[in-house]
Design a protein around this ligand. Structure first.
Ligand code: A8S
Length: 253
């Protein structure tokens, strides 16, 4: 499943689950194969932007292996979204690391308040824009590594009303039956060259409980869609800032 990928702002997804294969939509994936890690897990490459023959380079596979190892339990699914951004890693990381300001690039966040000091272990209360099956989310900063560019969070509360969802529509619980959502994610940023310029490979992976009545496939699809929106927006904001930085630089004589 490791294939060549061209530079540019392309995103694709690698997912792993226990391969229940029960979803009617599993055929939607462009590629399905066995992972070679001996776990018997099913690796899928869901490629939204790249042509089917374009997949994952060795560098990406290595970053996933080093920083994005999750061990999903039987009732969980795990997946990984990648994005190539035409902006230097320092700039991209300066946006990603701000656990206290996710609204700088996350399009679904309207407000965020951090309780206490901004340090590993602190909690943020995130307000979600209307139209989504949640209004707030309480999240803990699990890891912040400015050298390796790793940020990891865990959802510890909120009013997520997701019980049954699928790719085409969401069915919500009655408003009084809130459930917390067991969700952890890791986002990393890696320097790379894109079209001869400084670029960044951003990888975000997650592990989440599969709600009752859902398949792993549908759960992954829903979360991947949200993360893809976040990373797309991160690329737009970063690339805009990178252009401004370039324009502000004095011309070399
Ligand atoms: C993130 C990633 C995700 C956020 C999800 C998946 C969420 O904030 C949104 C809608 C939901 O229904 C769940 O890092 C939740 O932002 C946008 C509130 C958790």
């Amino acid at each position: 499943i490791i294939r060549k990928v061209r530079g540019g702002t392309k995103a694709f997804i690698v997912s792993v689950g226990s391969g229940d294969g029960s979803s009617a939509r599993s055929g939607r994936r462009k590629m399905v194969g066995r992972s070679g890690d001996g776990s018997g897990g099913l690796w899928r490459l869901a490629d939204e932007l790249n042509p089917p023959e374009v997949g994952c380079r060795a560098m990406e596979a290595e970053c996933i292996r080093r920083f994005h190892r999750h061990e999903p339990k039987e009732n969980q699914c795990s997946s990984c979204v990648l994005k190539h951004i035409k902006a230097p890693v320092q700039l991209v990381w300066s946006l990603v690391r701000r656990f206290d300001q996710p609204q700088r690039y996350k399009p679904f966040v309207s407000r965020c308040i951090v309780q206490g000091d901004f340090a590993v272990g602190c909690l943020r209360e995130v307000n979600i824009k209307s139209g989504l099956p949640a209004t707030t989310s309480t999240e803990r900063l699990e890891q912040l590594d400015d050298n390796e560019h790793i940020l990891s969070i865990k959802i510890v509360g909120g009013d997520h009303r997701l019980q049954v969802f699928c790719s085409c529509h969401l069915r919500l619980l009655p408003t009084d039956s809130f459930r917390s959502w067991n969700y952890s994610s890791v986002i990393t940023a890696h320097p790379e060259m894109i079209d001869g310029g400084a670029g960044t490979l951003v990888i975000e992976s997650f592990v989440v409980d599969v709600p009752d009545g859902n398949t792993k496939d549908d759960t992954c699809f829903f979360v991947e869609a949200l993360i893809k929106c976040n990373l797309k927006s991160l690329a737009v904001v970063s690339e805009r800032l990178a252009h401004q930085d370039l324009a502000a630089e004095p011309m070399a004589l």
